[in-house]
Design a protein around this ligand. Structure first.
Ligand code: DHB
Length: 407
């Protein structure tokens, strides 16, 4: 429904007014999945996103989907490629103290996860929205949210062709990532923010080489953490702990391989090397903003919370958020009652804090602090040894990694 806004002349420009039940700021996997789930429930939405499709597709993100994330993608009709092109993983290796130890998810909790990169999830969702003729505007600019506390919040933006728009909605969703504009629209007295910084980051690479292992290796060593992951039979993803201010362009390929080989070599493993085709330093941060509702606005995914990447919880948490949000929004839209969305905030935050703890725990168990003493390193090895030797300990890891049931 598009109409000219009465009196919406601004600085000689005409602003086009659109009314929608739900406006979604952010067209990453969280925003697109929510729009899809709402459409399945018969609720229209409009999605606006500042990045172009291409920009999103070219940003490398994590690659592991929990069991219920896979189920959501398949059952909602968003992706069958996750099953045909993704790789099912039934365990991971923890490497420490000179050896590798497998955590067998299938045997411990009867679950698995899938290696299927976030960029592929995004492509599936963007293609679906296009096929279904849904309203998604990529490449917009000057996004601002207005009247968040009113009965009809709004989103102002300029589209990719330079035309100005005003979107008025009954409910506004901020799925606009870790630098969220929507999050900042909540007045300070109405929100609580929780932070943790870490004195390290990850150096991530893609390289053209055969896989160095059939499953992921989370590698502890005296000189720092490394993670060996995969993408395709000829393209591999690897990460290693580095200083937070590292400059990816300053590292030669030889230096990167030396660092990775020495960390894995400490536990008796050798990597297949090949040309490095992409490199970037990834920040490390834990963050939560509570509550996840303010008036008729709700936050979802990275807009409300960030986890450090160890354990790949970010995308999975975002998908779990929107699964709950679609249910709660459906009730709120039908009743035109924002108070119903308090259930969303409570239900989502329960999982968010479990994942915050899990990501923090995996991170601190496997990374070395800049001022670590030999005691600290041996103590971590003691923790890892007790984990792999204990069915209870290994089961705890397997449950968290494959994802707690979403119910
Ligand atoms: C990947 C990233 C992660 O943070 C992780 O814990 C596992 C895998 C990946 O990009 O493949």
């Amino acid at each position: 429904m598009v109409a000219r806004a009465p009196g919406a002349e601004t600085a000689g420009m005409t602003r086009t007014l659109t009314r929608t039940p739900v406006a979604i700021v952010g067209g990453g996997p969280a925003g697109l999945m929510l729009s899809h789930l709402l459409a399945l429930a018969g609720i229209e939405s409009v999605v606006v996103e500042i990045r172009t499709r291409r920009e999103i597709e070219e940003t490398h993100r994590a690659g592991i989907l929990e069991q219920d994330s896979v189920r959501l993608l398949v059952d909602s009709g968003a992706s069958d490629r996750v099953l045909t092109e993704g790789d099912e993983h039934e365990g991971i290796d923890l490497a420490f103290g000179g050896a590798r130890h497998r955590i067998d998810f299938r045997a411990l909790v009867g679950a698995s996860c899938h290696l299927y990169p976030q960029t592929e999830v995004f492509k599936d969702l963007a293609d679906l929205q296009l096929r279904e003729g849904r309203d998604v505007r990529f490449g917009v600019s000057d996004v601002s949210v207005v009247d968040v506390e009113s009965a009809r919040p709004g989103v102002l933006f300029t589209d990719a062709d330079g035309a100005e728009h005003e979107l008025r909605c009954d409910f506004l969703v901020g799925a606009d990532g870790s630098r969220s504009t929507c999050r900042r629209a909540v007045p300070e007295p109405e929100r609580r923010q929780y932070f943790r910084e870490y004195p390290f980051a990850w150096f991530g690479i893609l390289c053209e080489a055969p896989a160095s292992a059939p499953e992921l290796i989370y590698n502890h060593s005296e000189t720092g953490f490394a993670l060996i992951s995969q993408r395709t039979p000829t393209l591999q993803r690897m990460y290693f702990q580095c200083p937070p201010d590292a400059d990816a362009d300053e590292w030669s390929d030889a230096r990167i391989w030396e660092e990775l080989q020495s960390r894995l070599g400490a536990n008796g493993h050798t990597l297949h090397q090949g040309p490095i085709t992409s490199r970037a330093v990834l920040p490390f941060r834990s963050f939560v903003q509570e509550p996840m509702r303010h008036g008729r606005m709700v936050l979802a995914g990275d807009a409300a919370h960030t986890v450090p990447p160890t354990g790949a919880k970010g995308l999975n948490l975002a998908l779990a958020d929107v699964r709950v949000l679609a249910e709660e929004l459906e009730r709120a839209v039908r009743a035109d009652d924002p108070a119903l969305l308090d259930d969303y905030s409570t239900r989502a935050l329960g999982r968010v804090w479990k994942a915050q703890h899990f990501s923090y725990w995996m991170t601190t168990m496997l990374h070395s602090l800049p001022d670590a003493t030999p005691f600290d390193v041996r103590r971590q090895e003691g923790e890892l040894a007790s984990l792999v030797a204990s069915t209870a300990g290994s089961t705890y890891l397997a449950e968290g990694y494959t994802g707690w049931p979403t119910g």
